[in-house]
Design a protein around this ligand. Structure first.
Ligand code: CU
Length: 125
């Protein structure tokens, strides 16, 4: 009987914790605004022209709220509305601008249209 009372108590307190966890605000865990997600791509950008080109190109994508490229690290940070676009779509947008995104290679035609100084062989400058 004692054991039964104990397990009932354990069960009750567990149920109480679970209910509490459910009512806790989910958004508190994420630094981004509600309805906003962030994704980062390692690109093949080499200079400020690449930065301007990529940021402009991503800004025209549906659902994108902000796009920022850090030239030294070549990392493009995009904040977007997940209801309107996805990380996959944005990665493709980077490729179509002529740059690698993570481990996917740039669209060849777009890459050919880049000025010489922006090609991968040039190196960061
Ligand atoms: Cu460039």
């Amino acid at each position: 009987m004692k054991a039964f009372a104990f397990s009932l108590l354990t069960l009750l307190s567990f149920a109480g914790t679970a209910a509490q966890a459910q009512t806790a605000p989910v958004a508190a865990a994420s630094p981004a605004k509600k309805g906003t997600e962030m994704v980062q791509f390692k690109t093949s950008a080499v200079c400020d022209m690449c930065k301007a080109r990529l940021e402009k190109s991503l800004a025209y994508e549906k659902g994108v709220q902000a796009a920022t490229l850090d030239v030294p690290s070549k990392v493009l940070t995009v904040t977007y509305n997940p209801a309107k676009t996805s990380a996959e779509v944005l990665r493709t947008a980077v490729q179509k601008t002529g740059y690698d995104a993570d481990n996917v290679t740039a669209d060849a035609r777009a890459y050919d249209r880049l000025p010489e100084c922006c090609k991968k062989t040039t190196g960061t400058h």
